[in-house]
Write a new protein. Sequence first.
Length: 261
Amino acid sequence: MPTRTRGQAQDLDSRPSSLQPVLLLGLLLPAAAAICYPFRHRIYAAAGLPAFSATIAATGGPPPARYTYQAAIDPFAAPATGLAGPGAVSTARILALTALDEHSESSLVVVPRPDATVLFGLGEDELLDDDTAGLFIPGNLDAALAYLETELAIRRNTGATQGRRLLLVADCAGEAERIRALLDRHPGGLSAVLLGAWTGDQAAIDDEGLVDAPPALASTLPARLPAISRTEARDRLLAALARQYNDQKPASRRRSAPRRP
């Protein structure tokens, strides 16, 4: 059996003691990091640095990006937008409210009374005396189409080109062919958002708001639409009408107020 020299024995005896500081340091570093992490966050906050700076320092990289962009919705993008599926009614609400919210000065939304009840929960006697220029609620679909037929004929005969854009939002019921004929006679004069048995192109909206549509409609709608309840739609409708009324009211007063001597 080989014998160890005195120097080799001393080296072996000293190795455990030389490893002790390294092991101790390895135990202390995680604890120090845990203590300093919230302290570092407080330093960032006090310095006014953005929160992601601390995340980058802790993880070594930026946080994942979050996209909040939503495609714009244009209710006048297609001559006729047929809607079907569980999300059809909600989509009709969105298109009607978009016209009232964003195009109130240049458009007229025509919603027959039965559809106003389905879409917005309006009663039979609500908004009967509404005098805002952006919304018209005739008694039924026949009255709505008669109004549109007359208005469009007058515009064509007089050559008027500056009238409000017209948007019909309705269940087409048994009037699909009448609506199609109206659209064909006045290309560009009318847009329609149609529920029910529309015989033209239809976009199917599922209960998650996902849109499945033929190319002609798919290009005019986002891939997914937010849902909106009848209660929320009613609140937004009344708020939009109140804004329109207030916008019109000062001008009306100025016209009718007598001049002071």
